[in-house]
Design a binder for this molecule. Structure first.
Ligand code: DAH
Length: 339
């Protein structure tokens, strides 16, 4: 038995030495020390050893086991060291290599026009307010003097969520909310997203507007004209011509549409302005007294004017982008040219 044990030890040490990787080393471990291993089998045979020989044999078994275990553990550690150094080698970074550089982001052209307009308005004394994009029919239409079945609703093909809730079609909805809660006099602007069931090269189902509302005791169409002309000159540049055309909105009386001279051809007529020399940018007017009455504001005492500017149109014109949809695709090659 002693011979057998020494042979096991010898073979085990040979196998451990010859193991090529962690996997074959673990096979060696199973082969000798595992449940069905060679050393374990000898232990099981201890019953056949004469009782007086057992302590001696027992101590040899222990010595052989310790010896094998130590050799295994040393070899395991060697494999671990090898694996670690291979891993480190693979992860080595050449810190002297020149860097690839980082792409810088930029403000989206639509946001950049909106930010610029907000700055212009804040400079003129307006307070910025916001309202919900999911809006009630009441604030979006009814409180803006556009009752159900009013023909003006046809101009705004709306996304309804329920019969009385929709995605707001105009930032004018924020006017209704502010008129209900604010005490005049006040000057507010409401920039934000608006939604209509429209999609072609100049219309997107989601777009942006900037709404403005001034309420005071003595404001008139003349104030509106001066303020909007100045705003447009600041946005489009000195020398921009501003044109007011009569129009109709249920919430203003009188109502106007405002055009600016085409920044591309300066009024000569080109593709951008379809040969007219002008671009339609916004709707505006003197607040209809009915809107004040619906909100509970004394329409004898207070007057007001309001405007709603379409942002996409301005962003397209200022950046010479012929198709609005490219603005929303966010292809970085396009955005890089807009910086
Ligand atoms: N809400 C109008 C639209 O989306 C634009 C507008 C016109 C807003 C006149 C106004 C206004 O505040 O007074 O077509």
């Amino acid at each position: 038995m002693e011979q057998e044990l020494l042979l096991i030890k010898e073979n085990a040490l040979k196998d451990i030495k010859g193991a090529l990787d962690a996997k074959s080393l673990s096979d060696v471990k199973v082969k000798y020390l595992g449940k069905a291993g060679e050393l374990t089998a000898v232990l099981r045979n201890m019953r056949s050893v004469a009782p007086e020989d057992r302590p001696k044999i027992g101590s040899i078994v222990n010595e052989v086991r310790t010896c094998i275990e130590e050799a295994l553990s040393q070899k395991e550690k060697a494999f671990e060291r090898e694996a670690l150094s291979a891993k480190l080698q693979g992860e080595k970074i050449d810190i002297t290599e020149p860097s690839k550089g980082q792409e810088k982001g930029s403000i989206h052209p639509i946001m950049s026009v909106l930010d610029e307009l907000i700055d212009i308005c804040v400079d003129m004394g307006f307070t910025v307010v916001e309202g919900p994009e999911v809006e009630s029919d009441y604030y979006n239409f009814e409180a803006m003097n556009t009752p159900k079945n009013h023909p003006a609703r046809d101009m705004q093909d709306s996304f309804y969520i329920t019969e009385n809730i929709l995605l707001r079609t105009q930032t004018s909805a924020v006017q209704s909310r502010e008129l209900e809660t604010r005490k005049p006099p006040f000057k507010i602007i409401a920039p934000g997203k608006t939604y209509r069931n429209d999609s072609d090269s100049t219309h997107s189902p989601v777009f942006h507007q900037l709404e403005g509302l001034v309420v005071d005791e003595n404001v008139s169409m003349a104030d509106l004209k001066i303020m909007l002309s100045e705003m447009m000159r600041r946005l489009y540049g000195e020398g921009t011509k501003v044109r007011f055309r009569p129009s109709y909105f249920p919430f203003t009386e009188p109502s106007v549409e405002v055009d600016v001279s085409c920044p591309n051809c300066h009024g000569q007529g080109c593709k951008t302005c379809k040969g007219t020399g002008f671009l339609e940018i916004l709707g505006a007017g003197v607040v209809n007294p009915k809107v004040f009455e619906i909100a509970g504001i004394d329409s004898k005492k207070y007057k007001g004017f309001a405007f709603g500017i379409g942002i996409e149109r301005s962003a397209m014109v200022l950046n010479s982008v012929p198709d609005l949809r490219t603005m929303y695709r966010n292809d970085v090659r396009f955005l890089n040219q807009m910086k």
